[in-house]
Write a protein that binds this ligand. Structure first.
Ligand code: GLN
Length: 317
């Protein structure tokens, strides 16, 4: 059961950005001291959480500049992934949430591998390349890429074919960057030097607003959220049919299975739908909708109601 953002594009505008991309290290529940970054023992922050004596504390890494999946609001990390991970770990037997840690997207996989974090919750697309390094939970969300441009800009592309030497931005190490590399640079539509890679999409959006880049390639639900909030708009959606998973270490089968059971539990008890409704503005059980269910993983031929009018070109990812 995977929520497909392309089919449900309304969202509440909860996201406000102050424009700063400072990396803040905060836990949602407890404020951990995080100055011991390298040799961080798994067990030293868990002792004030008596819930289940044997439960293993789980440190979750994220990149909180990706609304509405993860972002900073009033100094706290919030978002769909945050609530989802919290709910999943509550259901995951033998484990309990210790804290969330905010870091650059490109640091998440290394941090998982060196044991500084135990789970990645960062709207991370399950890709073959990443699966060589880490494992993923079952998919929990489907998304495509979107192309963002500045409001009122001259450049109004309708597909990737309309690119011709524009300055383009994306966040380093993302599937959006993959689209830029494979479909814009390798196809000769822009040059290497036309591409700017950012540590954070928040910075990329700032440069888009300032006219330093002409377009950004970014996961569609996030592009929409920035468009609600900033002087940027979604020019078109480029279908990639990506699926997000929670990342775990390759040898951590127990945790992965517990997470999958947790995902199943929150899908069955309605928590998942509630979270989708909360963060994407989708009514939990909308009587007006004929199909009434969002279970199908690949359903993508529904009209998208976000007014783009263009589903992009027909090639897949
Ligand atoms: N889904 C994209 C990826 O996995 C972007 C994720 C992100 O920037 N947080 O590459």
């Amino acid at each position: 059961m995977v929520y497909d953002s392309a089919r449900h594009a309304t969202r509440r505008d909860v996201v406000r950005y102050g424009g700063s991309a400072a990396i803040v290290v905060l836990a949602a529940g407890c404020l951990g001291d995080d100055d011991d970054d390298a040799a961080d023992a798994d067990d030293d922050a868990a002792d004030d959480e008596p819930a289940d004596e044997d439960a293993e504390g789980v440190v979750v890494g994220t990149e909180a500049g990706f609304p509405p999946f993860e972002m900073i609001e009033d100094g706290e990390i919030v978002g769909f992934d945050i609530d989802l991970t919290e709910a999943v770990l509550e259901e995951a037997e033998g484990y309990e949430l210790e804290e969330f840690r905010d870091m650059e997207f490109g640091s998440l996989i290394p941090a998982l591998q060196d044991g500084s974090i135990d789970v990645i919750a960062a709207a991370m697309t399950i890709t073959e390349e990443r699966e060589e390094e880490i494992d993923f939970s079952d998919p929990y969300f489907s998304a495509d890429q979107s192309v963002l441009v500045a409001e009122g800009a001259d450049f109004e592309p309708e597909s990737l074919e309309d690119f011709d030497g524009q300055a383009v931005g994306a966040q380093v190490g993302t599937t959006g960057e993959g689209v830029v590399e494979e479909e814009l640079i390798e196809e000769g539509r822009i040059d290497d030097g036309d591409y700017s890679s950012y540590d954070s999409y928040v910075l990329a959006v700032e440069d888009l607003e300032r006219g330093i880049v002409d377009a950004i390639v970014i996961d569609e639900p996030v592009g929409e959220t920035f468009a609600d909030d900033r002087a940027v708009e979604v020019a078109f959606v480029h279908e990639t049919g990506e699926e997000f998973g929670l990342g775990v270490r390759e040898d951590d089968d127990d945790l992965r299975e517990a997470i999958n059971e947790g995902l199943e539990a929150i899908e069955e008890d309605g928590t998942y739908d509630d979270l989708v409704a909360e963060w994407f503005g989708e009514p939990e059980d909308d009587d007006d909708e004929e199909d009434g269910d969002e279970d199908d993983e690949a359903g993508d031929d529904e009209a998208d109601d976000n007014g783009n009018g263009d589903d992009g070109d027909d090639q897949e990812g």
